[in-house]
Design a binder for this molecule. Structure first.
Ligand code: ATP
Length: 138
């Protein structure tokens, strides 16, 4: 079985480092499935759940709030702004973040609301909730 080392790092910490069978990422230009030996590329990543096919065939998910992925045939590196495995995620905190963002977005037309910022906060919260609850769509 072929595998490729995957490393996921944030400015704060190393979140994941293991040999894996496949990485499925939501790139700026669409979804990417990365197998060992993939041609080199660099892509931005959306706020999304990164899907990892582990050596034993199981799938793990990581909540990413955007970043970059560098693919080389023999190594994959994800540089994320933030990255959490399911067990790292505080569900109540993410629920509160989701509610705050939804309330801001509901105040349509109000001048002092930064909608883009609220939309991004909502996406981060929803991604964390999906990953924490094992509810990532394929
Ligand atoms: P909040 O409003 O709850 O802070 P946020 O989306 O603004 O959410 P970020 O700025 O993306 O938070 O993240 C700041 C730090 O907090 C990062 O280290 C991130 O991993 C961590 N973090 C954010 N939300 C959660 C959560 N629900 N569970 C665990 N860690 C979290």
């Amino acid at each position: 079985m072929k595998t490729v080392p995957l490393e996921i790092v944030t400015p704060e910490r190393k979140v994941f480092a293991e040999d894996v069978q496949m990485v499925i990422a939501r790139g700026g230009a669409g979804d990417l499935g990365i197998l060992p030996g993939h041609t080199p590329l660099v892509t931005t990543l959306k706020i999304s759940a990164l899907r990892i096919k582990m050596q034993d065939g199981s799938e793990r998910h990581v909540a990413l709030s955007g970043g970059f992925m560098e693919v080389k045939p023999e190594h994959v590196t994800v540089l994320a702004e933030t990255a959490e495995m399911p067990e790292d995620i505080d569900v109540n905190r993410a629920e509160r973040a989701r509610e705050r963002a939804e309330q801001r977005l509901a105040q349509s037309g109000a001048e002092n609301i930064d909608y883009r910022r609220a939309e991004l906060a909502l996406q981060r919260a929803l991604t964390r909730l999906q990953v924490a609850k094992g509810n990532v769509r394929r």
